[in-house]
Design a protein around this ligand. Structure first.
Ligand code: WQD
Length: 332
């Protein structure tokens, strides 16, 4: 089977392309390199010793998408491409609504016109807003607190309406919790160009000396040590979940939703201390004010993904911290 991976040069996209190639899928990537580097393509080829096809361009570009579907016999699509910085989305909502919605609508229109109706969509736990109880199940109420999250929720609704209008579609919506870590080769990983918004990339820049000190956003939450608790999942486990999702849509129709998390929550201080311990490196930090919009605790009930996709995260928090740092020091 030939899979089109939109945003395939990105953090999760590139790791998923490796898993696809290692499972003998053919891979076609479209990526405009707005938040990734073209060099990732060669690293994917080096790790897998397999070839792939790459088109540089934007998923909003209907002519380019039509050209790809005309030239490539695409069997299914994994759609990662989209802007994902929560803070930026608050400052630039139109940029987020236009890009994330336009790319998805254009992609689905071109898929339908080429009778390709198998789609895995990269969604986010952010669609759950501030959960009333824990762990979070797929049928929990959905609400969002920022434009980025709202684009994910709107796309989920668009895909639901698309399936309702045409039952030939087979769609898997994957709600990621907090992906961190990197491929064990150290060749690919998460490498934001600017000051990171997320915890692990920030810890890494402090550990490597690029940034002076980690600001821990609040230690007065109702959690084990007062700092925020999240469900961190190794990006390789997350990528393997996409293979299971592709398998699940291959011979069926319908739309379904899956939490891809470990089911365990770790606090900021637990992450910092684990990172320091496994990598034998100091991480300077100070406690500052809470970050607006943060919830105290968020972690998944991922039992449905186990039941229907036969998928479960296997890597430990130590693996995540070790692999994340290995990538950083190999790519300084
Ligand atoms: C994790 C914890 C912070 C940075 C976001 C998006 C979500 C998804 C993952 C895309 C929290 C604390 C963080 C720092 C800190 N992205 N923290 N200092 O907010 O759970 O989720 O990224 O899908 O949609 O909302 O992840 O890594 O930003 O924060 O103390 O410099 O680390 O308060 O408790 P978050 P995060």
């Amino acid at each position: 089977m030939k899979i089109l991976v939109t945003g395939g040069c990105g953090y999760i996209g590139s790791h998923t392309c490796i898993e696809l190639l290692e499972n003998n899928y053919q891979v076609v990537i479209i990526d405009n390199l707005s938040n990734s580097k073209k060099g990732v393509i060669d690293k994917i080829k080096k790790i897998t010793n397999k070839d792939l096809t790459y088109y540089e361009g934007d998923v909003c570009d209907k002519d380019l998408l039509n050209k790809i579907f005309d030239q490539e016999k695409i069997d299914a699509v994994i759609h990662f491409a989209g802007y994902k910085a929560v803070g930026e989305s608050v400052k630039l909502p139109l940029k987020y609504y236009h890009n994330n919605l336009c790319s998805t609508i254009t992609l689905c229109e071109v898929m339908a016109s080429h009778n390709v109706k198998k789609l895995v969509f990269s969604s986010s736990a952010t669609v759950y807003g501030s959960p009333k109880t824990l762990p979070i199940k797929e049928d929990f109420p959905l609400s969002t607190t920022n434009p980025y999250g709202t684009t994910k929720l709107m796309i989920e609704k668009i895909l639901k309406d698309l399936y309702t209008s045409d039952n030939e579609w087979s769609i898997a919506v994957l709600r990621y919790f907090n992906p961190i870590g990197a491929h064990s080769s150290g060749l690919i990983g998460e490498n934001p160009n600017d000051i990171p918004n997320n915890l692990m990339p920030y810890i890494i820049k402090v550990a490597t000396g690029e940034l002076e000190c980690l600001n821990i956003f609040g230690n007065d939450y109702d959690t084990k040590d007062g700092t925020g608790v999240r469900d961190y999942i190794h990006v390789v486990d997350l990528s393997k979940g996409h293979i299971k999702a592709i398998e699940s849509i291959t011979n069926t129709t319908g739309i379904d939703y899956y939490n891809l998390g470990t089911g365990k929550g770790y606090s900021v201080l637990e992450i910092v201390n684990t990172f320091s311990k496994v990598n034998n490196v100091k991480v300077n930090y100070k406690i500052v004010e809470r970050r607006p919009g943060d919830v105290a605790t968020c972690y998944a009930d991922s039992s449905y993904a186990l039941k229907k996709l036969h998928w479960k995260a296997e890597k430990s928090i130590e693996d995540m911290c070790r692999d994340a740092y290995l990538y950083a020091i190999k790519n300084k």
